[in-house]
Design a protein around this ligand. Structure first.
Ligand SMILES: NC(=O)c1ccc[n+]([C@@H]2O[C@H](COP(=O)([O-])OP(=O)(O)OC[C@H]3O[C@@H](n4cnc5c(N)ncnc54)[C@H](OP(=O)(O)O)[C@@H]3O)[C@@H](O)[C@H]2O)c1
Length: 285
């Protein structure tokens, strides 16, 4: 049995779908049974709980031999994930696949990246087998700007003209499923990127082609990007960290590409055009 945490989120929901589609026994750990309705008919075992509630984590781990570990970015992420990792290792989980991020490091200026690295280390020391998945920025982040794209034909960011090898979350899910279901991936750290690094102006051009109408990229300052995130109600510690991360990306930290999606899954990573046309309705086309 493969237990998936963060199962109702952007990445986790695709991981659950991918595993179920491949016929794997999969259990989704969810806070909301209402949200879990997205898995109806897929043959997915659903367990309701909260990562903050150790008893519910223990119940979900019962009979699980693999764990896909994803949390959002709560301020107590390291402590929360340490509890889940220790519970998993002591309940006999053989393999923990951790959703981390590209460029995580002990000395990263991005808090989230230091936290991810600390959890990676805790997993490595847990006694369970492990695989760390380190994806670059998600194409799906563009879905946070669907209103601007529909109404103004524009999206915004502080990335200047830096190329970034963003990735489709469905490819992260495909890698996750392969790593969870097939042998040969334990003890590996996989950097996951899209097929090419694009500037945001190039992304706008791809969206224009895929959606059949003009979409442009508007560059804003890091301060304006932070103010906008705060204005949307984002907690300050997240807005601050995403601003730091955006500065790193604007400086070129996300420009490298890897062929890991293809080498693990046998299929090349999806281009932005595929993501855009598959989500054309959401973008108003
Ligand atoms: N966005 C990017 O470009 C990017 C790039 C690289 C790495 N990452 C990493 O990806 C992760 C975020 O993934 P995502 O975008 O899939 O997140 P997401 O869409 O925000 O989903 C978070 C999931 O975690 C669940 N969750 C949150 N707190 C929980 C708790 N206390 N107990 C149980 N479940 C809980 C949420 O449940 P509810 O549905 O009930 O809220 C949801 O299912 C972060 O670690 C981030 O650092 C992101």
């Amino acid at each position: 049995m493969i237990l998936v945490t963060g199962a109702t989120g952007t990445v986790g929901s695709e991981v659950v779908r991918e595993l179920a589609g491949r016929g794997a026994p999969v259990r989704a750990f969810v806070r909301s049974l209402e949200k879990a309705a997205m898995f109806d008919g897929l043959g997915v075992d659903v367990v309701q709980g909260d990562l903050e509630d150790a008893a519910s984590v223990a119940t979900a781990l019962d009979g699980a031999d693999h764990l896909f570990l994803l949390t959002a970015v709560p301020p107590n992420q390291v402590e929360l994930e340490r509890g889940v990792v220790e519970a998993a290792a002591s309940s006999g989980v053989e393999h923990i696949v951790k959703l981390s991020a590209l460029n995580v490091a002990d000395d990263s200026p991005v808090n989230f990246f230091r936290w991810h690295r600390e959890t990676e280390r805790n997993i490595e020391a847990s006694g369970a087998g492990w695989t760390h998945l380190r994806p670059n920025n998600f194409f799906q982040n563009l879905l946070f700007q669907v209103d601007a794209i529909r109404e103004q034909g524009a999206f915004y960011g502080p990335f200047g003209d830096a190329p970034i090898s963003s990735i489709d979350v469905r490819d992260i899910a495909a890698v996750s499923a392969t790593v969870l279901m097939e042998p040969g991936h334990m003890g590996k750290t996989l950097d996951l990127t899209g097929p090419v690094a694009l500037t945001h102006a190039e992304m706008a051009s791809s969206l224009t082609d895929a959606l059949g109408r003009e979409v442009s990229y508007v560059n804003v300052s890091l301060d304006d990007a932070r103010a906008s995130m705060l204005g949307m109600g984002m907690p300050e510690y997240i807005a601050n960290d995403l601003t730091t991360l955006s500065g790193e990306l604007a400086g070129g930290s996300g420009s490298g590409t890897t062929a890991t999606v293809e080498s693990v899954t046998g299929k090349p990573a999806r281009p932005l055009e595929a993501f855009a046309s598959d989500n054309a309705r959401a973008f108003g086309s």
